[in-house]
Write a protein that binds this ligand. Structure first.
Ligand SMILES: [Zn+2]
Length: 510
């Protein structure tokens, strides 16, 4: 009877159980055929496994070998089946004493038999635990990641020989027994952007205030300003005033990075909010996610963090249109032949653009030579529905030299963060019975219950609706922002001044 080796397939962000078994017969070929919907990346395992077995001085059955990966309706991708395939072949000729039922095995093999790291270990470890499988055999390099899931026996494997000796009861692989990671002590090593403190950004009080509102309520923002006005710096400073990730959110984000192979050094837990700034030349797939073997895109890598799209009108239009569902629902549907996949992408969008193609419309020092038509065309590259999904719109002018010279440093990020955290706590309490947790995510019904105005406020809103010709979407948007402003001011009612400020952030492009 063939020996079944348990392994796992990654489907989107989750893992599924895969059983690997080998059979031999017919001919004296020493050939391997892999069946069970492998793609080309799995088929390449044949050469690696053959070579690795040879280099471990293992006897290779001199007959034709068929390896089956079950269930056969799940497409298999990647190199993580190398190790279970090698074991299943060895089991044809060797007597293994150990029981394979209690172990799940993943790992890529090098030609010399060394075990290499694989993606998605966190999802695989979670699946192993949920199936009640006790032991998890993984590449040595991935052991820190597996450590995030408690109550699982982790066996880090360096090479094939070690694994063979273990299952032959010759020499056991030592159990990895580090205590589970303490989220509070673990520092992040995945941070790509420098942590910009608000105190180093001179001037731009209005923009800083808007970003505080953005952080406090989880809103999106569009900054319009000439080159050199500091839009990028402002965007980079935003993660520094966001509240830290909760333990659950940290695992969620780490899982996405693990599946996308974006975890650096294979030992990290992501504890800080991601900041992603894809270039405008990024393809739709890179931005949104997808591909033959769907991979999370930039919007999912920005999950629970910040997505910065500089020079917004320069992005591929179809990719921008695909941002609508993520902005509304916090997830993206990726369609593929074998059904659709959902990737989470609840991010804060900071978009930035120049006021016109040359960048200097309205600038005091430089003259803009763009024609009206050119400016209109430029702005129309961003569709109305997308503009409609961005809560705050601000102008970020260039600051004068005098201001740069004289400006004392403003508040530092730590101070602003304290206020943001306080406002977020109010929202967590308010939305305790809801599926969302920030003002920005409120549906219309929630806006009606939680965005209460006093008499003066109602009067002001009525005037604004008629004079500014507010659409229904803008009406709700203004109230959500006003709610956040009131939360920052520690006021349960939305007062006229909160509403007046919220109205300033309405779209500058119509
Ligand atoms: Zn211009």
């Amino acid at each position: 009877m063939a020996t079944k080796i348990l392994s796992a397939a990654l489907i989107g962000l989750t893992a599924e159980l895969v059983e690997v078994e080998a059979d031999s017969g017919g001919g004296d070929f020493g050939q391997i055929t892999i069946v069970g919907l492998p793609d080309t990346s799995v088929s390449e395992a044949k050469e690696r496994v053959k070579s690795a077995l040879r280099n471990c001085s293992c006897e290779f059955p001199r007959r034709k070998i068929t390896v089956n990966l079950a269930p056969t309706n799940v497409k298999k991708h990647g190199s993580s089946y190398d190790l279970p395939i090698a074991l299943s072949i060895l089991a044809l000729k060797n007597k293994f004493i150990a029981n394979f039922d209690e172990s799940l095995i993943v790992g890529e093999l090098s030609l010399s038999g060394e075990v290499r790291s694989v993606n998605g270990i966190l999802a695989i470890a979670l699946k192993t635990k949920s199936l009640g499988i006790k032991n998890l055999f993984i590449p040595e390099e991935n052991k820190q990641e597996a450590r995030l899931i408690p109550n699982l026996k982790i066996f880090p494997v360096k090479n094939l020989k070690q694994l063979i000796d273990h299952f032959k009861n010759k020499k056991a692989i030592s159990l990895y027994e580090e205590p589970p990671l303490d989220l509070k002590l673990f520092s992040n090593i995945n941070r790509r952007e420098p942590n910009i403190d608000f105190a180093v950004i001179k001037g731009q009080e209005k923009a800083k205030r808007a970003l505080e509102i953005v952080a406090a309520g989880g809103h999106n923002i569009l900054m319009i300003g000439p080159p050199g006005s500091g839009k990028t710096l402002l965007a980079q400073a935003l993660p520094g005033i966001l509240p830290p990730l909760s333990e659950e959110e940290a695992l969620e984000v780490t899982n996405i990075y693990s599946v996308a192979d974006e975890l650096k050094n294979k030992l990290s837990l992501i504890t800080e909010r991601p900041f992603r700034a894809p270039h405008h030349s990024a393809s739709g797939v890179a931005l949104i996610g997808g591909g033959a073997w769907p991979r999370p895109g930039e919007i999912s890598l920005a999950h629970r963090g910040v997505l910065f799209l500089d020079e917004l009108p320069e992005f591929v239009r179809s990719a921008l249109e695909n941002l609508r569902q993520p902005l509304e629902e916090g997830l993206i549907n990726i369609n593929r032949a074998a059904g659709s996949l959902k990737f989470p992408c609840r991010f804060i969008l900071i978009a930035a653009m120049n006021p016109c193609p040359c960048g200097y419309q309205g600038d005091k020092k430089n003259i803009c030579h763009c024609t009206d038509k050119k400016i209109v065309d430029y702005r129309h590259r961003i569709s109305g529905p997308l503009i409609d999904r961005i809560d705050l719109h601000i102008n970020v002018p260039r600051i004068s030299f005098e201001k740069l010279e004289n400006d004392n440093n403003g508040e530092n990020s730590a101070l602003i963060k304290t206020r943001v955290k306080k406002a977020r706590r109010k929202q967590s309490k308010r939305f305790i019975n809801f599926t969302f947790s920030t003002n920005a995510e409120m549906n219309n019904e929630a806006v009606r219950s939680f965005c209460l105005l006093d008499t003066e406020g109602r009067k002001l809103l009525k005037i604004a609706v008629s004079r500014l010709n507010l659409s229904s979407r803008s009406y709700f948007r203004v109230l959500k922002i006003a709610r956040t402003i009131a939360d920052l001011a520690d006021s349960s009612l939305i007062l006229p001044e909160h509403l007046a400020e919220a109205l300033q952030y309405r779209p500058k492009i119509e």
